[in-house]
Design a protein around this ligand. Sequence first.
Ligand code: KIV
Length: 280
Amino acid sequence: MSTGHDDPASRARVTVRTLQRMKQSGDTIVCLTAYDALLARLLDRSGIDLILVGDSAGMVMAGRKDTLGVTLDEMLHFTRWAAEGVERAMLVADMPFLTYQVNPDEAVRNAGRFLAEGGAEAVKVEGGRTIAPTIQRLVSIGIPVMGHLGLTPQSINAFGGYQLQAVDEAARERLLTDARLLEEVGCFSIVLEKIPADLAEEVSGAISIPTIGIGAGAGCDGQILVTHDMLGLFTDFKPKFVRRYAELATDIEAAVTRFVDDVREGTFPAPEESYRDDGK
Ligand code: KIV
């Protein structure tokens, strides 16, 4: 049986209300990342509920060492492309570093572009209490916001690495308080990244908006992975929380090597892959 959404009734667009209902009914929310129409279409057809145009694009697409250098223009570009491929899933765009932290006015202007020009239905921002007033402002003018707590990659230099977050009692308390605050200021959902599974479960039980985990165990209301990680396309490193469902980098290299050999040996193109002068 397909777990995709072939029947038209289940092809209804996923909205913030759908996600809220899924939390209430205990249906797990399934999310992945995409940065272009082709991949977004494949994910959408497979029944993914939410597609994030993540600033992970800076690493997996642009080959940079972290997400910090991704620009607003680059993210708008990726978001527009992904939007072309999506019919059912909710499309969320990650706001890049320094496009929402400077002041709420700038955040409004930049977030608005993701909806007006990018075709996204919501934006994601990283951080807790510091960014809460900005989130409140975005939500008040009708821009749905997804929060992001725990290992927030835009703060990688402050963390000094990609280590597990919220391990001591004070940090656990802080994260729980931040999650409650993000709910209070109007986030429709929160990504919890690389925190202990028992804390993620506690947070998920303590707030009424859906939590989406990445490296946060099975107690979240939904799960997200970077698609290029789970398909084995991005292989520079593999965090413990990534499960590989394919080995596409290996498959692509093998296919391209065969093409190189065939062309060099003169076995490609064959007569049936060539045209005659009668057009056949
Ligand atoms: O940028 C991204 O892809 C993300 C996910 C890992 C949640 O923020």
